[in-house]
Ligand binder design. Structure first.
Ligand code: NAD
Length: 353
């Protein structure tokens, strides 16, 4: 019998293909806007400047100080630039950090957002914004946060470094994994998640050896769209909670942390919802979903140990305390001993039992 569900419908317009960057001026015009503030990190400033040039008089300027975890002081400067330049929308070109800045500007000004994602992290389809102030990251969801248009241009991902390719893809797979057991999942997010898992499983081993392979890049970006969409329409649980704790309270890098935690959070919840995680087991081909993801991550050269990221073994007790402090919904009961063991395994990088 089909499980009862509520599906609110997908609201973001998506343009996907090779060379789609050239459609950005038309898409801005289609939104009815004439002065876009183009956003990027310092690393991608040249690309942002080139896009502003392509927009011509429809560009208000470039703000290229986007940073990881959306620090509110950077947002304050960006909002000031948005207002001073008389901008009427934002175009965010980059990974999740740049998308986050666009979302932060949008919630403060009502700006429409057009996002051009260049990693697989998957912020572009979601109504989620995490912002950092005084060393603390606070995440919220609101319909006003979700971008209006996403332009996926495969060509912009051809040069994505192999390391970030693998870790941001595993970050995306984590969205699909938690989407499979989310209490508010629906057939659309389930189908997209299953399809995305298969596409990533096929594409990432190819990209390890041939990073500019256009077919595999296309498959991977398609998969990222599916995972981002799943994240954007259902609630997340243990995996995202632990990644948030390690990123927010210990300063660990986002994509790597997700990548390392994924096999272990999957294995933890698989005890309770093995059937719902069967698509992962079937796709990655091991006795369990957790083991399958661990072997896959190792095969594609992703980091496996939290200890590699500078977390000390002594930090694991404090991370456990923070992670179990406030109760939240998860398919398997959250116990202090269980989380402490999970973190130990992730710290050592051992194959999940
Ligand atoms: P990132 O955006 O921080 O990018 C990392 C670096 O790679 C940056 O210097 C960036 O300019 C560079 N880069 C991006 N694309 C590139 C490319 N194609 N070629 C070369 N360099 C490139 O990293 P990320 O992993 O994409 O995003 C992480 C951030 O996204 C975190 O702050 C996380 O919280 C957020 N996030 C939010 C959501 C959400 O729904 N709110 C979802 C996923 C991630």
């Amino acid at each position: 019998m089909t499980r009862p569900f509520v599906f609110a419908g997908l609201s973001t317009r998506v343009v996907f293909g090779h060379g789609t960057l050239k459609s950005v001026p038309d898409e801005v015009a289609r939104l009815g806007h004439h002065r876009a503030l183009v956003l990027s990190t310092p690393h991608q400033e040249d690309q942002a400047q080139a896009l502003a040039e392509a927009l011509g008089s429809a560009a208000a300027g470039v703000f290229s100080d986007a940073a990881m975890h959306t620090p509110v002081d950077v947002t304050g400067r960006a909002v000031a630039a948005y207002r001073d330049l008389g901008a009427d929308c934002v175009v965010s070109l980059g990974g999740g950090s740049t998308t986050g800045l666009g979302k932060a500007i949008a919630t403060r000004t009502g700006a429409d957002q057009l996002v051009v994602p260049t990693t697989y992290a998957g912020s572009e389809m979601t109504d989620i914004l995490g912002e950092t102030a005084d060393g603390e990251k606070v995440t919220r969801r609101d319909a006003s946060i979700r971008p209006e248009v996403v332009v996926y241009d495969v060509d912009l991902t051809l040069g994505l470094p192999v390391g970030l390719t693998m870790t941001s893809a595993l970050n995306a797979i984590a969205h699909a994994m938690e989407g499979l057991y989310a209490p508010d999942r629906n057939p659309v997010t389930e189908a997209l998640s299953r399809d995305a898992l298969k596409a990533f499983a096929a594409a990432l081993p190819v990209l390890r050896d041939d990073p500019a392979n256009p077919e595999a890049r296309s498959q991977a970006l398609y998969a990222a769209w599916g995972c981002s969409t799943a994240l954007g329409y259902v609630q997340m649980a243990l995996h995202h909670k632990l990644a948030h704790v390690l990123g927010g309270s210990f300063g660990l890098p986002h994509a790597e942390t997700h990548a390392i935690l994924l096999p272990h959070t999957t294995a933890y919840n698989e005890v309770a919802v093995a059937g719902l995680l069967a698509p992962i087991r079937d796709t990655f081909g091991h006795a369990s979903a957790g083991a399958g993801l661990w072997h896959f991550a190792r095969d594609i050269g992703a980091p496996l140990r939290l200890s590699e990221l500078g977390l000390s073994e002594a930090d694991l007790d404090r991370a456990t305390e923070i992670a179990v402090k406030n109760p939240y919904e998860n398919p398997r009961e959250i116990t202090r001993a269980g989380i402490r063991q999970l973190l130990q395994d992730a710290w050592e990088g051992s194959e999940p039992a």
